[in-house]
Design a protein around this ligand. Structure first.
Ligand SMILES: Nc1ncnc2c1ncn2[C@@H]1O[C@H](COP(=O)(O)OP(=O)(O)OP(=O)(O)O)[C@@H](O)[C@H]1O
Ligand SMILES: [Mg+2]
Length: 282
């Protein structure tokens, strides 16, 4: 009897949190998850640059850093160790100079290099709390940067946000990465999540002297996968030293060099996603 009561209480707590998540997320107009099959393909870089592009287009934008073990978003946006603030409306996201609201486990750690040693249920709990107890206010766009693959964090994101608009998938041209992308696509299909498109990152190198584009790792894998699964292709992003350096300095390339070729391509990608979002909502 006692055990039954405790199970019922747990179920009730989950239902109550589901309601809180639904309420909090209903205040955010568009919710977009950024995912990849493999690690290190540029998800976080793409996420911060998509966010800066949305800001440039006049959207109130936030980023939920759902990479609990490797939270990179604060560093990429130049946010240094900061105390997490909590007020009567919940946890307060940290705001960048450009107005991007960020929440990350980085803000919960005693030191920047402290490891997170959580297992499955604890990770799920943390992600759900970021959705239910953070005061995202009335954002236009919330981007969610996920760790690679189809583990606890992305699964929780995809299952817990009732009105998730869709996902953007980042890949590199190598086939090993593309095979992993298929897993993401299959996960989205299973959960009935729409895919805004695939971005092929580090897909070539533009010679700074002659502007010729050289495809060091080959090209077109992301485009191929788009055709195979009948999902939009958002475009190619070159391997770009300035993008790497900007991110090391805590800046996005959109912010640092908005006129660069890579920035123009990222802005084009955001326009494609934007059209897609608007079509959906009419
Ligand atoms: N187009 C690019 N040109 C140059 N460097 C890039 C580009 N995209 C990403 N990088 C660099 O590659 C590294 C990995 O990128 P990033 O951290 O965004 O990948 P990730 O997919 O988020 O990785 P993880 O799976 O570990 O979360 C970073 O140092 C980043 O600055
Ligand atoms: Mg990352």
């Amino acid at each position: 009897m006692k055990q039954e009561n405790s199970v019922n209480n747990q179920k009730l707590a989950v239902m109550e949190q589901d309601i809180k998540i639904a309420r909090s997320m209903s205040l955010v107009t568009y919710k977009i998850a950024v995912m990849s099959g493999k690690g290190g393909v540029g998800k976080s870089t793409v996420t911060v640059n998509l966010a800066e592009s949305f800001v440039k287009k006049g959207y109130k934008t936030g980023i939920l850093d759902a990479d609990l073990h490797g939270p990179n978003v604060p560093k990429m946006l130049g946010i240094h160790k900061t105390e997490l603030m909590v007020d009567e409306n919940g946890m307060v996201p940290v705001e960048t100079a450009n107005g991007i609201k960020v929440m990350s486990t980085e803000f919960l750690l005693p030191h920047e290099n402290s490891p997170i040693i959580w297992r499955g249920p604890k990770k799920t709990g943390a992600i759900r709390q970021f959705l239910s107890d953070v005061n995202w206010e009335n954002l236009d766009v919330l981007l969610i940067d996920n760790p690679p693959g189809t583990g606890d964090e992305p699964l929780t994101i995809l299952q817990s946000i009732p009105s998730l608009d869709g996902m953007v998938i980042v890949t590199t041209p190598q086939s090993v990465s593309l095979e992993d992308v298929e897993k993401c696509i299959n996960m989205a299909k299973k959960l009935n999540i729409r895919i805004f498109g695939v971005i092929e990152n580090m897909s070539g190198f533009i010679c700074p002297h002659c502007n010729e584009e050289i495809f060091i790792f080959g090209r077109g894998g992301g485009e191929e996968i788009s055709k195979k699964f009948d999902i939009p292709f958002l475009g190619f992003l070159p391997l770009d030293i300035n993008t790497y350096q900007a991110s090391e300095e805590g800046l996005s390339i959109i912010d640092k060099d908005p006129g660069s070729e890579i920035s123009k391509r990222i802005l084009d990608m955001v326009t494609k996603v934007e059209e897609n979002l608007k079509n959906k909502r009419g």
